[in-house]
Design a protein around this ligand. Structure first.
Ligand code: NAD
Ligand code: USQ
Length: 384
């Protein structure tokens, strides 16, 4: 299939593009490379040294003989987007191309506005471009488990059946997101759902949990193919950050009590879930939702697992409880369903099996590149 990976220079997108290319799909990458600029503006950098996208793609072709088309441009620019789609003619679009950091979206008004415009307008443009030229194309859109928040009942996959005053309906599951970034994903979901309904488009919203790990078969083939690994207080995610903190002897930065429970998955499962979604497309007019995660952990449990893994490597790992810079429940019920992808054949990696290979070894290998000034959180959710 011809698959366009939007955001294919990023963490999930790069691993996905190579995996799908290796599996024989005809892959294109569309990216405006803005993530590299945001890092520079914040003075942060990936732990792993990533090559320019053109060099990455050249190396992939040298190693495997497989070509990846590259479209450098912004999906909020409609004429660029529609031209790129007409040139590539995708059968499926995998859309990772958004500003994805909750702390970035909470820096100030400008960053909140930028995040929502970038994400919501970009996705809306894709929907219009599909309606105009590719109404049969399947949109596989990366949403997030954080759209749901932490309700005191079980989280279903996108929809919940409710009985009210003697009548019953199946409705979109209520959303209570925890940042302006997470809210942008909710707005996207509503727009995609509506576009499927009125234009008969087909879409799968993958409500993904927090992704961890850096190693995949493809990105591990060569140093020039290495994936990014963020550890800073803005773009670094909890588990990736903890492993790097352990490697440099920094106490693990658990925010508050650490009772926040989240959904997680290995990056090797991310790429497999995308493959499953594109190989089993949604029906025309259907807005399908899958919860894309494999395990649930509290942040405190993660810290203990990293401490244990660190100890096995001879590291002395301490756990700190910082004042929580976010406004979130630190102790709550959290139980989410994730059977749709498992039913379609996903075989999850377990964190307990992959912590060392997929993360700790990378953290230790590249620890000399860590900028210790970037570890502690600097963005607060609260009024000053
Ligand atoms: P990333 O920042 O590493 O990659 C995003 C890519 O999209 C970057 O290369 C960036 O340049 C590109 N991009 C952003 N805006 C664009 C635009 N307007 N036009 C063209 N390209 C644009 O992020 P990631 O961690 O790979 O996340 C990818 C997607 O998965 C995001 O939508 C994110 O919300 C979602 N997601 C990520 C995680 C995670 O833990 N990393 C978890 C759940 C969901
Ligand atoms: N946390 C800590 N210490 C840290 C970093 C985070 O305790 O050093 C806590 C946070 O307070 C939060 C939890 O860990 O309770 C998760 O935070 P995170 O930064 O790992 O993840 P989050 O901000 O939710 O965002 C990440 C990705 C985002 C994706 C989301 C999936 O950046 O793109 O949408 O994970 S989910 O969380 O399921 O919504």
């Amino acid at each position: 299939m011809k698959v366009l990976v939007i955001g294919g220079d990023g963490y999930c997108g790069w691993a996905t593009a190579l995996y799908l290319s290796n599996k024989g799909h005809d892959v294109g990458i569309l990216d405006n490379l803005s993530r590299r600029d945001w890092d520079s503006q914040l003075g942060v950098n990936t732990l792993t040294p990533i090559a320019p996208i053109q060099k990455r793609i050249e190396r992939w072709k040298d190693l495997t003989g497989k070509n990846i088309d590259l479209f450098v441009g912004d999906i909020t620019d409609y004429s660029f987007l529609s031209q790129a789609l007409r040139q590539f003619e995708p059968g499926a679009i995998v859309h990772f191309g958004e500003q994805r950091s909750a702390p970035y979206s909470m820096i100030d008004r400008e960053h909140a506005v930028f995040t929502q415009v970038n994400n919501v307008v970009g996705t809306l443009n894709i929907l219009y471009a599909m309606k105009e030229d590719f109404p049969e194309c399947h949109l596989v859109k990366l949403g997030t488990m954080g759209e749901y928040g932490t309700p005191n009942i079980d989280i279903e996959e996108g929809y919940i059946t409710i009985e009210h005053n003697g009548r019953t309906d199946t409705l979109p599951y209520p959303k209570q997101p925890g940042s302006f970034y997470h809210l942008s994903k909710v707005h996207d979901s509503h727009n995609i759902h509506f576009a499927c309904k009125i234009w008969g488009l087909r879409a799968t919203d993958l409500n993904q949990g927090v992704v961890y790990g850096v190693l995949t078969d493809e990105t591990g083939m060569d140093e020039l193919l290495i994936n990014r690994l963020d550890y800073d207080g803005v773009f670094g995610t909890a588990l990736n950050r903890f492993c790097i903190q352990a490697a440099i002897g920094h106490p693990l930065t658990v925010y508050g009590k650490g009772g926040q429970t989240r959904a997680f998955l290995d990056i090797r499962d991310t790429i497999r879930c995308i493959e499953i979604a594109i190989e089993n497309p949604a029906y025309a007019g259907k807005f399908r939702v899958f919860n894309q995660f494999t395990e649930l952990f509290s942040v405190g449990d993660l810290a203990l697992m990293v401490k244990k893994a660190g100890n096995s490597l001879g590291l002395n790992v301490e756990i700190d409880h910082l004042e929580n810079p976010r406004v979130e429940l630190e102790e709550h019920y959290f139980n989410a369903k994730n059977t749709n992808l498992l039913d379609l054949g996903l075989q999850p990696h377990k964190l307990s099996d992959s912590l060392l290979d997929s993360l700790m070894n990378f953290a230790t290998k590249y620890k000399g590149r860590v900028d210790k000034e970037q570890i502690l959180p600097k963005v607060s959710w609260r009024r000053k």
